[in-house]
Design a protein around this ligand. Structure first.
Ligand SMILES: Cc1cc2nc3c(=O)[nH]c(=O)nc-3n(C[C@H](O)[C@H](O)[C@H](O)COP(=O)(O)O)c2cc1C
Length: 328
């Protein structure tokens, strides 16, 4: 891409590459609700209000999770180039309206973990298909828990059978409530199907739900289920949590979400989301009580060893730039 201003010691071409890495983050219905401004000595990350989902995500909580995930990717891309990012979340007067600002904090050679995670960015995908019936090694689970902790968040691993059954019930209940809500259904329909650079295409939608499914996955009008094809009997199910409520905690949880997903990818695993139980507020409160009542559930993931799935489309970097601010 041409014509981009340089920033953080990068030329315009490098800035475009770094922002392209940011755009590979996940977002609800693949809305990609982020925008960027090149502002003198920093990159500003903003939400894109045109991409809100007022029925599914009325408080913009998931929008901020997605922007946090994009922020994680952006910082990772900078670190891979030897740039230490200095991030301010919700900077206020410094950059009105921005969710975060990223400045250059000096040089540091990238470590092995950075290299591994940045390699995982383009191969990470939401995988809604059945996983292989293979147990997840304890060391893999530990790596995911550690990934969330590194980003000041918490990964609650559902191991207890009773808790698992309760969570299944909550996901199913929220799923039913959303299916009966015409506004939620309309948003799902709007973002599902063949769209050129956003939304969830049929090939990414997994397989059609069936009555025997234990977990209620969102129905993206996916491809017909091959005969006899069922979901794995024992996926790893985790609840990503923050320690506090509010925009800052949500941005941190988004960063943690992306570190967890990229860590999973680097270990050969993939994940899909079951956010219904978080999106329906009263069910979210029930879920919060079910996992102890203190930490704040932000998203629910199913993780396992999957077969390959195609990438979901992305908007081009040029479409994501706000008017830049020239250095004074
Ligand atoms: C906060 C959040 C919640 C999500 N919730 C769901 C969900 O409930 N069901 C689902 O199938 N996908 C969910 N997704 C996944 C997105 O649909 C997916 O990230 C998007 O389509 C882009 O595809 P990719 O992840 O393969 O890049 C969620 C993503 C985010 C960031």
């Amino acid at each position: 891409m041409t014509g981009l201003t340089g920033v953080l010691g990068l030329d315009g071409h490098e800035v475009a590459e770094v922002l392209a890495v940011a755009t590979l983050a996940p977002s609800v219905h693949n809305t990609q609700p982020w925008r960027f401004r090149l502002a003198g000595d920093c990159i500003e990350l903003h939400a894109d209000p045109a991409r809100r989902l007022p029925a599914t995500d009325p408080e913009d909580r998931e929008l901020r999770l997605a922007c946090g995930a994009a922020l994680f990717n952006l910082c990772l891309a900078l670190r891979a180039r030897g740039i230490r990012p200095l991030v301010t979340l919700v900077p206020g007067g410094d950059a009105p309206g921005a969710l975060a600002t990223i400045r250059r904090g000096g040089h540091r050679d990238p470590d092995d973990e950075t290299r591994e995670l940045v390699r995982a960015v383009p191969i990470r995908r939401s995988n809604r298909k059945p996983f292989r019936d293979a147990a997840i090694p304890a060391a893999h689970r530990y790596a995911l828990v550690r990934a969330a902790e590194q980003e000041r968040s918490w990964l609650h691993v559902v191991t207890d059978h009773g808790e698992r059954a309760r969570l299944q019930g909550l996901v199913a209940k929220a799923h039913r409530i959303q299916r009966e809500d015409p506004a939620v259904r309309a948003e799902l329909a709007e973002w599902t199907g063949p769209r050129s650079d956003d939304g969830v295409p049929p090939a990414s939608g997994g397989i059609r739900p069936a009555p025997q499914d234990e977990w209620a996955l969102r129905d993206f009008q996916a491809v017909e289920r091959p005969p006899g094809k069922d979901y794995e009997s024992d996926p790893l199910v985790v609840v990503l949590c923050s320690f506090q409520e509010g925009p800052l905690a949500e941005l941190q949880a988004g960063q943690a979400l992306q570190r967890v997903l990229l860590t999973a990818t680097s270990l050969g695993m993939s994940g899909s989301f079951m956010s219904q139980a978080i999106e329906v507020r009263p069910v979210r409160e029930e879920l919060r009580r079910a996992i102890g009542g203190v930490i704040v559930p932000q998203t629910v993931l199913r993780i396992g060893f999957g077969s390959p799935v195609p990438p979901a489309p992305r908007r081009s970097v040029g479409d994501l730039l706000m008017d830049s601010i020239s250095p004074g």
